[in-house]
Structures are given as structure tokens and as C-alpha cells.
Design a protein around this ligand. Structure first.
Ligand code: ADP
Ligand code: ASP
Ligand code: MG
Length: 311
């Protein structure tokens, strides 16, 4: 049985959140056998790493070097604190610190280029904004290895091919299916947990793209479709899809079962709990989609199905 699970920004937003996430992966691994993890960039609300990256890129365009250097330092602190809190010094801690630092240095180099050129293209924005996912998956995969699993961090640029509609790229599914199965199936058969970046992908020429803000949900559905997954689970910070945004309506209720159509409508009218394209791959392959709360995993959350009968 194959389960694809996506963990949102808050679910990987701190050392403790990553520990909780790893525990959920452990629990499901026993029952499902083959588990693929998709992760967002770290995002302890209200600060999301993706927002920091984009804010820094804009500062670079504005010529504000100090601001993007400050942001780089803030990102370093967020990631280093998580790494120090999770990884043993005698294990992979130093290697993962160094890997994360390389991404932050690369980020600063890209911002320098934007500042000097005075130009910030959608393509540059995708290269910059996807780094949060590249950093978080390396931390989470290393932690899973530390607690005894075989796990490998994978950049979805290796798995998902898109057109060059930067910032809201569209997957080319034939090519994506080939790449994704060729890379992931051998790992799953060898009992390795792939820990894949959400949000990012690449053009046929290997240029990094993104699937749009909140796109990690869509990444999970795309990967789920390529692997003919039995279910796709989206782990977030609320008890599933609610009757209203719980940030605005405190007594909003969790909805146990919804159809694809109902969720598409909710997303269309602005319910920001799922990326609106997430349903498409699931509809095509009739894959049930569950939304669950990392911080309240006993709650059943919401299951989204074709016909509303539940599964
Ligand atoms: P993640 O980082 O896990 O992807 P998001 O912030 O993208 O999290 O989505 C989850 C958030 O969506 C919740 O914290 C909630 O505030 C907001 N939200 C908006 N509308 C709804 C809704 N109808 N049901 C549930 N959550 C909603
Ligand atoms: N990290 C990306 C964003 O903030 C993608 C996601 O979280 O789904 O938009
Ligand atoms: Mg989201």
C-alpha cells in the first residue's frame, strides 16, 4: 500500500514540530509499508520561510542589501535552531548545517545578482522562493535516519517536469510519471522513505519552477498520481477542512466528508486550506485525499472523496 503524506509549513516549523511529524511518519509506515513524504519550507506562523525568501528578493530589487542580509541571518537562525534541536552532534548535524548554509549563501548570491542587475524575473523568483523546501527536507530526512529509518531527501526538480509558466507552472504528466516512478519506486522497494520538496519542480531543461503559493499540496497529489498511491494525506495545523477559516471564525467546525466538487468550490471561493489544483490528480485516479492535524492527530480530520460516501 502506498501513502503520500504532505506536511505543511507549521508541521515542519520547529524542531518539536519535526519530531511530531517524524512520529506520524513512523506510525503510518508500520501500517502502509510504502510512505512518501512531501514537505513544505519551515513556517512557524506568522513567519514562513517562503515569505522571507520572497521579501528578501524584493528588498534586493529595491537595492536594500541590509534587509536581505538580515533576512538571510533570520533564515540561518530558524534552520540552525531546528538542526541543533534535532540532530546529534556526533551524527549528521555538521553535514546538514553545512548543506543548509550553502543554500543560504546561494540565496544571498542570487539577491546580490538581483540588486546589481536591478531585475527580478519570475524565473529568478522561483529559484529563490523554492529554497525553503530544499532546506527543510534535508533536515527532516536526516532526523528520520537518526531515529533509525532509511530516508532520502529529494528535490522535486528531479521528479516533476512542468512548462515554463514560472510562479504557477503546470506539470507535464507523462514526463513527470516517468521521472517520478523511475526515481521513487526503487527507493520504496528498498524500504527507503523519500522526503521530497513540495512547491518546486523543473522545466524540461532543468530550470527550477514553482507550482504557485501553497503549491506543496499540489506536489503531493501529483506524486500520488504518478505512483498510483492508495491515499494522499495533507497534514496541516487545523482539524481538516472547516466550515470557515478558523482564524476568522473561532467556532468553525471540521467537516468529516466532502466531495471533490465541494472542496473545489470552497477553494474557488477562497478557502485557503488547500491549493485549488490539488484535487485534479486525485479526481483523475480516484485517490482519497485526507486533511489532518499534525498537532491533533487523533482527530479524523476531513476525507475528500468522489461521491461523498466516505471510505
Ligand atoms: P500549511 O502550511 O499546512 O499548508 P496553510 O496555511 O496553507 O497550512 O493552510 C492551513 C490554514 O488554512 C489553516 O491554519 C487555516 O487558518 C486556513 N484556512 C482557511 N480557510 C480554511 C477552512 N475553510 N478550513 C480549514 N482551514 C482554513
Ligand atoms: N512553501 C510554499 C508557500 O509558502 C508552498 C507551500 O507551503 O505549500 O507557498
Ligand atoms: Mg498550504
Amino acid at each position: 500500500m502506498t501513502l503520500v503524506m504532505k506536511f505543511g509549513g507549521t508541521s515542519v516549523g520547529s524542531a518539536q514540530a519535526m519530531r511530531d511529524t517524524a512520529e506520524l511518519i513512523e506510525n503510518t509506515k508500520d501500517n502502509w509499508g510504502q510512505v512518501v513524504v512531501i514537505a513544505s519550507g519551515m513556517g512557524s506562523k506568522p513567519v514562513k520561510v517562503t515569505d522571507l525568501l520572497l521579501g528578501g528578493a524584493q528588498a534586493a530589487l529595491d537595492g536594500d542589501q541590509q534587509k536581505y542580509l538580515d533576512i538571510a541571518e533570520e533564515m540561518r537562525l530558524v534552520h540552525f535552531e531546528a538542526i541543533d534541536g534535532l540532530l546529534d552532534p556526533e551524527g549528521e548535524r555538521q553535514a546538514i548545517l553545512a548543506e543548509n548554509l550553502r543554500f543560504i549563501e546561494h540565496y544571498v548570491a542570487l539577491c546580490d545578482a538581483v540588486r546589481v542587475l536591478g531585475e527580478l524575473s519570475p524565473r529568478a523568483l522561483d529559484a529563490i522562493s523554492g529554497m525553503g523546501e530544499q532546506m527543510s527536507v534535508r533536515i527532516l530526512a536526516a532526523y528520520l535516519r537518526q531515529i533509525g529509518y532509511k530516508a532520502e531527501a529529494i528535490d522535486a526538480t528531479e521528479l516533476i517536469t512542468t512548462d515554463d509558466n514560472f510562479q504557477s507552472a503546470n506539470p507535464l504528466m507523462d514526463e513527470t510519471r516517468k521521472l517520478s516512478t523511475a526515481r521513487l519506486q526503487p527507493l520504496l522497494e528498498a524500504n527507503v522513505i523519500p522526503v521530497v520538496t513540495g512547491f518546486i519542480a523543473a522545466t524540461e531543461n532543468g530550470v527550477t519552477t514553482t507550482l504557485g503559493r501553497g503549491g506543496s499540496d499540489y506536489s503531493a497529489a501529483i506524486i500520488g498520481q504518478t505512483l498510483d498511491a492508495d491515499e494522499v494525506w495533507i497534514w496541516t495545523d487545523v482539524d481538516g477542512v472547516m466550515t470557515a477559516d478558523p482564524r476568522l471564525v473561532p467556532d468553525a467546525q471540521s467537516i468529516p466528508v466532502l466531495t471533490y466538487r465541494e472542496v473545489s468550490e470552497l477553494a474557488y471561493y477562497g478557502a485557503k486550506v488547500l491549493h485549488p489544483k490539488t484535487m485534479r490528480p486525485c479526481i483523475e485516479n480516484d485517490i482519497p485525499l485526507r486533511i489532518k492535524n499534525t498537532f491533533n492527530p487523533g482527530h479524523p480530520g476531513t476525507v475528500i472523496v468522489a461521491n461523498g460516501q466516505g471510505k
